[in-house]
Design a protein around this ligand. Structure first.
Ligand code: MN
Length: 320
């Protein structure tokens, strides 16, 4: 997905805060385009920019199946994780991938030095419902050549829970999808009235995004669409579903330990680098000057690419 905000705020991501537990509340963001898809954004936000290297969480639906039409747009310095609960999305990118994203199937796009992609939901199933998440690439890997991969995790039981590990490893189940820092990503389903102790990596920060239900997580009531955040140092997390079935996404990872500049769909390290990414996108793609440049071309999408918004009038710089 693209950050389609008309005037995206600069986000320079600094060291995480020190609280051991936080509730991250979503803010509603209407993504632009022909049909504005409303998303619930829980990362980044004031006071919390990263969970491990995870730097962006957009959660959407259930909405009408034709709600997502995102024209070709660029990314740099990150991986996009697409995960659906229902519906289907047609993905095309500039490394030649053409994939249908389906529920329970990871689609992972590593932008590295630069890629562009389009995403269009298909009129299949009763609704479109899912999440798009981004993982920041560490400095040593962020200029990697772009690539796209899929992985279908085998569901397994842990007590009363059913888990699908789509990135990293958990409880002996491992994803084959490539990551550049140690991270985990999994779907967790728990029927009503059930409890589990989930063993987690104590070197990781963790977030549990509640898609359905109203669970108690480590003694805290967490509402639908919120993220329960845990800092490093935890080796188990206790989860009780309560009166409703729970469906959640677990994300986690080692603290990135780097400061990154995030603006629109780009992640870089400096203001000037972001300015250059934007300039190349506008000249090579929007002005159609170079098919073989940093962002290549998306084939088969009926329509033009998405122009970048204007940069703010101030230099992108660290927040206090
Ligand atoms: Mn995107």
């Amino acid at each position: 997905m693209s950050n389609l905000e008309k005037d995206p705020a600069e986000v320079l991501l600094a060291e995480p805060g020190r609280s051991s537990f936080e509730i991250l509340e979503p803010r509603d963001v209407p993504l632009g385009g022909p049909r504005a898809l409303p998303v619930r954004r829980t990362l980044p936000q004031r006071g919390r920019s990263l969970i491990g290297a995870w730097c962006f969480v957009d959660h959407y639906g259930p909405v009408a199946t034709n709600s997502m039409t995102v024209p070709p747009h660029p990314h740099t310095g990150l991986q996009t994780v697409s995960w659906l609960f229902s519906g289907e999305i047609e993905h095309r990118d500039s490394v030649g991938s053409h994939a249908i994203i389906r529920p329970g199937e990871l689609n992972l796009m590593t932008a590295g030095s630069g890629i562009q992609h389009s995403e269009v939901s298909l009129p299949i199933a009763s609704s479109l419902h899912g999440a798009q998440l981004w993982i920041a690439l560490p400095d040593g890997s962020r200029n990697h050549a772009p690539f796209f991969e899929s992985f279908v995790p085998e569901p397994f039981d842990h007590g009363d829970a059913t888990l699908r590990v789509f990135l990293g490893s958990l409880l002996g189940h491992e994803s084959t999808a490539r990551t550049f820092t140690r991270v985990v990503g999994a779907q967790l389903d728990l029927p009503a009235g059930a409890s589990i102790e989930l063993p987690v990596d104590a070197a990781f920060e963790h977030g549990i995004l509640i898609d359905a239900g109203a669970p108690t997580v480590d003694g805290h009531l967490v509402a639908r669409n919120e993220i329960a955040f845990f800092c490093t140092g935890r080796d188990t997390i206790a989860i009780s579903s309560g009166t409703e079935p729970l469906r959640a996404l677990l994300i986690g990872g080692e603290p990135l330990g780097e400061q990154i500049v995030m603006w629109w769909n780009f992640i870089g390290r400096t203001h000037d680098e972001i300015v250059e990414f934007r300039r190349l996108w506008e000249s090579e793609v929007i002005a159609d000057a170079n098919e073989d440049g940093r962002f290549g071309r998306v084939r088969g999408y009926a329509g033009g690419a998405l122009p970048a918004p204007e940069l703010p009038n101030v230099r992108l710089k660290p927040r206090r």
